[in-house]
Design a protein around this ligand. Structure first.
Ligand code: A2H
Length: 253
């Protein structure tokens, strides 16, 4: 953990009915996967959500109506930031594993894909953010490689019970142009560095460093209300709009 607090936007990815049996007790509530992101301006390009198969999650009451599926650690932090039905006390309705979440149908704010699915990612850390990540393969090297792994490795899909139709129809959505990297920066950098899988940590760290540096300072939005504006200008405006509309909350740790 760093010394500086990290400010995340937690995007509310709505779980669409029908709920699987495990989520039965949540019937009648508004249920969301709470995805922690540092890049709210990229939400147009979402293709799926990521969960850690062996991760421990819970369905926590955020208020009278809304339930967030996140780690217990994040629920405790949120409870101290006024996001719990009961002050400073997480209220868990169901304990869940990542396996229970794979295949959930989701509707996520700003996404051009109207329905997306929860899929397995093996490199999610449970001591950071909410343990749920939203996937933007155009601009996040980790997301691009994890989605590639699922697309090209049938054995990987089978191991986690991932159906082809949750993965195959979802292509990169170009949302940001970066002068040196084009409009699919994560893909270009992963190809340039010859990254083979989501487990190549060092190469992926380098890929992230490269895309960041240029993306934030020189990137231009290609889509949405702020098309044509710099990423730097769009990021706080889009983040604020998601909060105003109730489609996201701020979370710090
Ligand atoms: B970012 P930092 Cl387009 N485990 O969101 C692993 N990764 C996690 C995580 C966890 N528990 N919680 C959040 N993250 C990811 C968008 C994005 C992100 C883009 C480009 C880069 C990028 C879409 N995925 O992050 O260590 C989330 O992915 C690159 C680091 O707190 C979150 O923002 O700095 C970011 O990592 C937070 O990482």
């Amino acid at each position: 953990e760093g010394v500086q607090p990290q400010e995340y936007t937690v995007v509310k990815m709505e779980v669409l009915p029908p709920f699987p049996t495990k989520l039965g007790p949540l019937e009648g509530k508004k249920v969301f996967l709470g995805a922690a992101t540092l890049r709210p301006e990229t939400m147009y390009g979402q293709t799926n959500a990521w969960v850690l198969p062996d991760g421990e999650y819970g369905a926590f009451e955020i208020n009278e109506t809304d339930v967030f599926i996140i780690t217990e650690r994040a629920a405790l932090n949120l409870a101290y930031q006024n996001f719990s039905r009961f002050p400073q006390k997480p209220s868990c309705l169901v304990e869940l594993s990542g396996y229970d979440l794979i295949g959930l149908r989701l509707k996520s704010p700003l996404s051009f894909n109207e329905v997306i699915y929860a899929l397995p990612m093996l490199t999610i850390l449970t001591d950071k953010g909410t343990g749920i990540v939203t996937s933007v393969p155009s601009d996040a090297p980790d997301d691009y490689m994890a989605l590639q792994d699922l697309k090209v490795k049938l054995a990987f899909r089978e191991k986690y019970g991932v159906k082809d139709e949750w993965v195959m129809p979802f292509d990169i959505v170009p949302i940001i142009n970066i002068p040196e990297f084009g409009d699919r920066a994560a893909e270009k950098v992963c190809l340039d560095l010859k990254i083979k899988s989501q487990n190549e940590k060092e190469k992926l760290a380098e890929a992230k460093r490269l895309t960041y540096l240029r993306g934030f300072t020189e990137g231009t939005m290609l889509v949405g209300e702020l098309a044509g504006r710099k990423v730097q200008e769009a990021k706080p405006l889009i983040g604020a709009k998601l909060i105003e509309t109730g489609e996201a909350i701020m979370y710090s740790e």
